[in-house]
Design a protein around this ligand. Sequence first.
Ligand code: ZN
Length: 275
Amino acid sequence: MKYKKTDAYAAVVIACLIAVAWGLFRWGAPREAALDKTALTGSEAAAGLSEPPSPTPANRKVAYLTFDDGPSARTQELLEILRSRGVCATFFVVGRNAEVYPDALRQMTKDGDVVGVHSWTHDYSYIYASTKNFLSDFLRLRDFIEETTGVAPTVYRFPGGTNNTVSLSYNENHIMKSLVPLVENMGFRYYDWNVSAGETWSNPPSKEKVVESVVSQCREKKTAVILFHDTGNQGYVDAVPEIISRLSALGFTFDTLSSDSPSASRAAMFQFAPS
Ligand SMILES: [Zn+2]
């Protein structure tokens, strides 16, 4: 009897174990299905909820506002516009004007703007006539900027750009071919531009046209080097606030040109192919 009772207990235990196992199996089956389903929808959800890609050098959009030929009577107004929007710019100045407005150069440096070398005379017939003339003009302005601001300039813009053909009018030997390495060997980096505000055309466009032109030229670019002229007698200053707003809305950040700007960007924006 005692023996039979043990058998009965064993049978009950085994039955319980089978029941539990079956239950676990039944519970597990839909759960696996659910997990599979969750995995599917989970991955889809993950795709939808994933963080947007953080900015990288590859997808960063940078605009460089550059102002040539100043300073002028409107430079101070321009600097106030830049400060009010937290934007710094690069000024490729002309020595004859810098002599008249030396405080503008000091203010630029104090504010974080970059003062670059453009030309002392901006006289093509003089600077492109010979390497000697070019160097004399270049070094005079380089030294003036350093003495006035306390900062040695490191960036340069050729009057007319490196692709200029005007130099051929004054020197038939493609003087640009020797001037480019000359500037680089002095530790400077030169910058052309790939967007032009066009505000010094003989028939100057309206402020609205300057804004639309600059924004449309920048739209498909990741690196925009925008050429303005700080000559004071055109309407570009009025266009600058809206250009900053519109480019910001397109995802651009603003930076200044320097001797260590990314070489990839530099290569993309530079074209030196004198014909
Ligand atoms: Zn110029």
